[in-house]
Design a protein around this ligand. Structure first.
Ligand code: UD1
Ligand code: UDP
Length: 369
């Protein structure tokens, strides 16, 4: 007997982290793995699907320019209903904390379809940070049958919320599976950087940084470029207009700052490998960069990924001009301080997480038959 598992992906990071699971599930003869793209992201999602050669079986084409959270949520729920009714999967998986994930979990609950949450158990404990992701995680956690957690501390978070231990599986984070497979390809960047200058790689997209905090982040990046002749900045800008417009205005006119379109995953991994350090508010980059021995200064006040901070290879600097410039300058000037952060400690996985997740599902369905 074959069982149908539907893997839902909406945004860039979900596709990166779900790709290894899709590949692992497709190796099982008792599982028919189907892929649903909500396309909450369009171009960013398509870039990843292309890199991993994934062709969705369903595409909801949800993205609209500058989409509001309420309309995004409502449109996702309506469109998901149609797919679940037509497809009738035996289980559904989604990864992370986006609106896609929360609505997929809720639609599965309404349709009484077992839901597996990949990268479960991450928490800051503050509903406003990150917004709306912390709410998405908490709601999704209430609706989940299989909680695939990346680390022991994520497992502890779920136990504190009275989730039964037998439903929690510590697997590692599938981002390391994806990273290792892509890093092997040894891609190059689509443009030439100056090999004589140290590279600061930048990304930012968080909703809680929109407006003044993000302007201050950009002013700090500009100041760092102005103060350090031997530094160049590469910043692939997120297409969200709340980010794109400010980044272009503040950073668009400096000879040692390159603003570019989002890089495809292979090129971005190449950029991380070439970077001296990374400034980012991204969740995924906090997990990947330590595995590549690159220090990350996180442009946020809190993180749901405390492991790398505790190991001293990631540091929170918020959106404060003085703090961002002072901590970055220290790492540029003090080699010992830099080496302490560039140690190749990777707390998020061993590259085998997807296989563990596939095994749990394979065994579950084997006993159903
Ligand atoms: C979303 C997730 C966030 C995740 C991030 C990863 C929500 C609420 N937010 O944030 O948790 O960390 O993705 O990047 O789920 N856009 C394009 N092309 C694209 C993608 C986005 O033009 O391919 C623009 C559109 O104007 C879109 C806007 O970005 O309306 C915002 O996209 P959205 O998915 O709502 O939020 P993100 O900020 O990308
Ligand atoms: N990434 C990419 N191209 C870029 C910037 C980031 O492929 O130009 C990758 C990055 O390596 C990581 C993921 O996108 O795997 C992170 O996505 P994002 O920061 O948008 O979302 P988050 O992880 O914060 O949810």
């Amino acid at each position: 007997m074959t069982y149908k598992i539907l893997c839902a992906v909406g945004t860039r990071p979900e596709a990166i982290k779900m790709a290894p699971i899709i590949q692992a599930l497709k190796k099982n003869s008792n599982i028919e793995c189907r892929v649903l793209a909500t396309a909450q992201h369009r171009h960013l999602l398509d870039q990843v699907l292309h890199i991993f050669d994934i062709k969705p079986d369903f595409d909801l084409d949800i993205m609209r320019p500058n989409q509001a959270l309420t309309t995004l949520t409502a449109r996702l729920l309506l469109n998901l209903d149609n797919v679940l009714l037509a497809e009738k999967p035996d289980a559904v998986l989604a990864q992370g904390d986006t609106t896609t994930v929360m609505t997929v979990a809720l639609a599965c609950f309404y349709h009484k379809i077992p839901f597996g949450h990949v990268e479960a158990g991450l928490r800051t404990g503050d509903m406003a940070n990150p917004f709306p992701e912390e709410m998405n995680r908490v709601v999704t956690g209430r609706l989940t049958k299989w909680h695939f957690v990346p680390t022991e501390s994520a497992r502890q978070n779920l136990l504190k919320e009275s989730i039964a231990d037998e439903n929690i599986f510590v697997t590692g984070n599938t981002v390391i599976d994806a990273l290792l497979s892509v890093a092997e390809r040894d891609a190059s960047l689509p443009f030439v950087l100056d090999p004589a200058r140290r590279l600061i790689l930048v990304t930012a997209h968080r909703r809680e940084n929109f407006g003044e905090p993000f302007k201050e982040i950009c002013r700090a990046i500009l100041a760092l470029a102005e103060r350090n002749e031997d530094v160049q900045v590469l910043y692939p800008v997120h297409p969200n207009p709340n980010i794109y417009n400010i980044a272009s205005e503040v950073l668009g006119n400096h000879p040692r700052i390159t603003l570019c379109e989002p890089l495809d995953y292979s090129s971005f991994v190449a950029a991380m490998k070439q970077a001296y350090l990374i400034l980012s508010d991204s969740g995924g980059i906090q997990e990947e960069a330590p595995a590549l021995s690159k220090p990350v200064l996180v442009l946020r006040r809190e993180t749901e990924r405390p492991e790398a901070v505790q190991k001293g290879v990631v540091r929170l600097v918020g959106s404060d001009f003085e703090e961002i410039t002072a901590v970055t300058q220290h790492l540029l000037d003090d080699e010992m301080a830099y080496k302490k952060m560039a140690r190749g400690i990777s707390p998020y996985g061993d590259g085998k997480a997807a296989g563990r997740i596939a095994l749990v599902l394979r065994d579950y369905f084997a006993t159903c038959g």
